[in-house]
Design a protein around this ligand. Structure first.
Ligand SMILES: CC(=O)SCCNC(=O)CCNC(=O)[C@H](O)C(C)(C)COP(=O)(O)OP(=O)(O)OC[C@H]1O[C@@H](n2cnc3c(N)ncnc32)[C@H](O)[C@@H]1OP(=O)(O)O
Ligand SMILES: CC(C)C(=O)C(=O)O
Ligand SMILES: [Mg+2]
Length: 516
């Protein structure tokens, strides 16, 4: 039978310790509400002794989601911190106090400059005090993976006897490796179950060597019952264990781990994107589960395999984590099957084999010059190739633009071409992009709604290329467009036009009735 693993999310505590990730009270509550929808078991909401603002944020989180999720917050082994935690979380239904104190020689000797016995006694006193406030107390043996095992165990034994109900074993500096960390957890678990089988064994890993997920999974295999993670792996330095990776690791390899979580996985991507939006900290494109390319396939052999059977190159259905279905990106590495699929998806019929080879050759030339080939490029390619007249006069191209931005009237002037016709106009907006998109919308006469606008730098330095991704809604459908350029205003305009052309293609596809 599967063991149920308890998931604690510490994005709002360890994650928020990252430079640039500071959130205000409203943002923290908004994120905590999403964590509730994701069905995490516990939220570590902050470090209330650190500032009045964090105290208030923890208190608001306890008030707003503490009915459904167990809430904790972090304290050093000092009375003032423990009081701050208690006072900020006490309104939640299942609150518990989290106390941290180092056990490694380097912490005891260098950070505290005290004897091992004195530090251990400080931990015991802290737990005893916390127990006068709440029945549940978690104790973290900071830097456990670099601690001498017998002192680590002596500390665990002492704090459990003092009343700790959860023992959390952190790999604070991401030093552990999976076999060794799994072994440490197995040894602790063996002794802990003899000492008090009701005490929960938890782990908290960091990613300094890129092994946080592997270490956490190894700990689960060796008896850990609770894991501490963050969304997008956000956290001190190289980050914490990524929640989405551990949860999906257990789900995909359930037979191996014989363990599962209660996480509602279709909420994973939404949670990741909300965090990116709130912090402004992007996820790397190739990040497992939540990266932009996690379900995108661009090489011909893979695309061919996927079109024959998705399982050839897919271990997770994108919908399982809340992503749209797999994306086949057409590039110069795509093969005939993927190109044929794109052409057919547009409603065109594939001609005879010889004709298709000529068309495919044109596609490769275009792909070599363009990096990525979009639907409207394929449309142009096919229609031009077949000497149909439908493309001229059908899609918009950017002829010229000018954007003037200031505090009063950010203004954009745009000239578009559609076949032989030229359209030009100007508009003001709330900012340069708003002005640009307002004038484009007026020129094309489509009432689209901008749902999402994202800009990334693809390289460094003053020649950096900006890539803009947009999503627009038209009637009840959502379309996307992207474009890259060293001029980010131009990339913004082209991405929006690509989205609009995708709408036009969709709307007019049937009436065009492409022929052989
Ligand atoms: C591994 C982790 O992630 S631990 C959590 C990290 N999170 C944070 O640090 C939260 C933000 N921190 C803060 O706001 C502040 O550092 C505070 C409020 C905690 C403390 O601020 P200050 O009182 O100004 O102390 P400062 O941060 O400069 O130094 C830390 C002090 O706490 C002591 N300390 C460190 N860890 C612990 C602990 N676990 N238990 C008890 N004391 C501790 C240090 O020895 C030092 O004490 P000293 O002044 O006697 O040398
Ligand atoms: C507070 C503890 C669990 C921590 O964040 C760490 O040791 O990394
Ligand atoms: Mg940590």
């Amino acid at each position: 039978m599967n063991r149920k693993i308890i998931v604690l999310d510490t994005t709002l505590r360890d994650g928020e310790q990252v430079p640039g990730a500071k959130l205000n009270v409203n943002q923290k509550v908004e994120f905590a509400q999403q964590l509730k929808r994701l069905r995490v078991d516990m939220i570590e909401a902050g470090f209330p002794a650190s500032s009045e603002g964090d105290f208030q944020a923890v208190q608001e989180i306890a008030r707003s989601v503490g009915d459904a999720v167990s809430i904790t917050a972090l304290a050093r082994a000092v009375k003032g911190d423990i009081d701050a935690v208690y006072n900020s979380i006490k309104l939640a239904q299942n609150p518990f106090i989290h106390i941290v104190l180092g056990t490694s020689n380097i912490h005891v000797e260098k950070k505290f400059n005290r004897s091992k016995d004195a530090v251990m006694q400080q931990g015991v006193d802290a737990v005893k005090y916390a127990k006068t406030l709440l029945p549940h107390v978690q104790y973290s043996t900071e830097d456990a993976s670099r601690s001498e095992f017998e002192y680590l165990w002596k500390t665990i034994e002492a704090v459990v006897k003092a009343g700790a109900t959860i023992i959390n074993v952190p790999d604070t500096v991401g030093y552990a490796v999976p076999e060794e960390f799994g072994d440490l957890i197995r040894r602790i678990n063996d002794r802990l179950k003899n000492l008090n089988p009701d005490v929960i064994l938890s782990v908290h890993c960091h990613n300094d060597l890129g092994m946080a997920t592997a270490n956490t999974l190894s700990a689960i295999k060796n008896g850990a019952e609770k894991v501490e993670c963050t969304i997008n792996g956000l956290g001190e330095r190289a980050g914490n264990t990524s929640l989405e990776e551990v949860v999906m690791g257990l789900k995909v390899r359930e037979n191996f781990y014989q363990a599962s979580t209660g996480i509602k996985t279709p909420e994973l991507l939404r949670t990741s994107r909300l965090l990116t939006y709130l912090t402004g900290l992007d996820v790397q494109v190739n990040k497992a589960i939540t990266g932009e390319n996690a379900f995108a396939h661009s090489s011909g052999i893979h695309q061919d395999g996927l079109l024959k059977d998705k399982q050839v190159y897919e271990i997770i259905e994108p919908e399982e984590v809340g992503a749209e279905s797999m994306e086949l990106i057409l590039t110069a590495r795509s093969g005939r099957h993927a190109f044929k699929n794109a052409v057919e998806k547009m409603g065109f019929e594939i001609g005879d084999a010889e004709d298709f080879e000529v068309l495919f050759d044109k596609f490769l030339k275009l792909a070599d010059s363009k990096k990525e080939v979009y639907d409207h490029d394929v449309f142009y390619l096919v229609t031009n190739h077949r000497m149909m007249d439908v493309s001229s006069g059908h899609l918009y191209e950017l002829e010229a633009f000018q954007v003037v931005t200031n505090d009063v009237y950010p203004t954009a002037t745009v000239k578009l071409r559609k076949g032989g016709e030229i359209f030009k106009d100007s508009a003001v907006g709330d900012g340069p992009i708003d002005a640009l998109y307002t004038v484009i919308k007026t020129l094309v006469g489509l009432d689209v709604e901008l749902k999402d606008y994202k800009i990334n730098s693809l390289s460094r330095g003053k020649e950096a290329i900006g890539r803009v991704n947009i999503r627009i809604a038209y009637q009840d459908k959502v379309y996307s467009g992207r474009a890259m350029d060293t001029d980010i205003i131009k990339a913004s305009a082209m991405a929006f036009l690509n989205g609009i052309n995708a709408v036009l293609l969709d709307v007019t596809n049937e009436s065009l009735s492409p022929v052989n």
